[in-house]
Design a protein around this ligand. Structure first.
Ligand code: NAP
Length: 335
């Protein structure tokens, strides 16, 4: 059967903040599947901060997107044609061929998924997928959070941060503090998600607000933001404090990024600052999913999504996520 579909291509490498001109929607013919291949119609795709890194060709752990070629990223779709015994028409699959209507590849590139009751396919892009595992591994394995720790999470209303803070509560943190970019998000953190304290970094210097929220200090900092947040956390961390360096979104669009000016405090405080990339930790996925499923079922963890409709609007969804339009995971409904 001959099909056509749309793809979002990288039109140009942004310098500083990306704009919609850096993306181009292209109509393409969808190839027929070869032996062992399947055709998948995407239902939902993810927009993630790491995609900003792939739009650039600066040295990084991840291969950059090519200018003039389709972008990629997490997506869930439905098999609509199969030349493989491994997958059948109608199967729902998780894969890395986002930013397009149709994906055609070997069946081995797709993982069959079955959303639990009450959850849609997008759960595999958020609470039960990569961002959830990032929160779990970052908090428990990288920062080695222990019961009784005082935990500060930045980017706390986003996909990773909202889960990191809630996992900290589930694991017996003495106090969980979050920062986010609006009063509505602060109210969501303390009201809906049970954070003990939260503040908006737009309301004043982070260091002063963190001092007020954590007068006796913190033991763990889950860093999604970098910059002034990391500096403030280093200032508040207690002896032997630990930082999971998950991301530094405040720096991703900066042409002259800055580091914390008080890093030397790490020496006397015996701090551990440890970076990580979640793809090195996929072996933890089964334990994470089992534990998260229990927390979701008991209501101890709540997950939120912000959904944008239409592949045409995927670039705006991505730009909106970078600006903070999302609460919880930002996803795009493709079809
Ligand atoms: P997200 O938090 O759902 O969305 C990004 C959020 O960043 C926005 O909603 C916005 O919220 C916040 N933000 C934007 N500019 C900011 C600034 N200048 N200062 C403070 N906050 C800012 O995204 P996510 O997918 O959960 O990712 C969160 C972090 O984890 C990112 O740094 C990402 O790179 C990192 N990450 C790392 C790994 C890994 O393997 N290490 C894996 C996944 C994600 P506000 O309204 O609060 O500003």
């Amino acid at each position: 059967m001959s099909r056509s579909g749309r793809e979002v291509h990288l039109a140009a490498r942004p310098v500083g903040w990306p704009t919609s001109d850096d993306f181009r929607m292209v109509e393409v013919d969808v190839p027929a599947p070869g032996p062992g291949q399947v055709v998948v119609r995407n239902r939902v795709m993810s927009v993630d901060p790491y995609m900003r890194g792939r739009m650039s060709d600066a040295p990084s752990y991840a291969r950059p997107y090519d200018v003039g070629a389709v972008m990629w990223g997490g997506a869930v779709g439905e098999v609509v044609e199969s030349e493989s015994p491994e997958l059948a028409v109608g199967d729902l699959v998780l894969h890395e061929y986002g930013w397009r209507d149709y994906a055609v590849a070997d069946a081995s590139r797709f993982r069959k998924v079955d959303p639990p009751p009450g959850f849609g396919p997008s759960a595999f892009l958020g609470v039960l997928g990569m961002p959830g595992l990032t929160a779990y591994v970052g908090l428990l394995d990288i920062a080695e959070m222990r019961p009784g720790d005082r935990v500060f999470v930045s980017g706390a209303a986003g996909a990773v941060g909202s889960l990191a803070g809630q996992i900290a509560r589930c694991k017996g943190a003495a106090r969980v503090i979050g920062s986010a970019g609006s009063a509505a998000k602060v109210a969501y953190l303390t009201g809906e998600l049970g954070f003990d304290a939260a503040f908006s970094y737009r309301d004043g210097p982070v260091a002063a607000q963190l001092k007020q929220a954590a007068p006796d200090g913190i033991d763990v900092y889950f860093d999604n933001v970098g910059g002034d947040h990391l500096e403030a956390a280093i200032g508040r961390l207690a002896q032997h404090g630990r930082v999971a360096m998950c991301g530094a979104i405040s720096m991703y669009n900066e042409t002259a990024p800055t580091g914390p000016r008080n890093l030397a405090l790490a020496v006397g405080k015996r701090l551990t600052l440890r970076g990580y990339i979640v793809t090195d930790h996929y072996g933890r996925m089964p334990e994470f999913v089992a534990e998260m499923a229990g927390w979701l079922a008991s209501g101890q963890v709540k997950s939120a999504e912000t959904t944008v409709d239409g592949l045409d609007n995927a670039p705006d969804a991505f730009l909106g996520m970078m600006r903070g339009d999302n609460t919880g995971k930002m996803v795009v409904r493709v079809s």
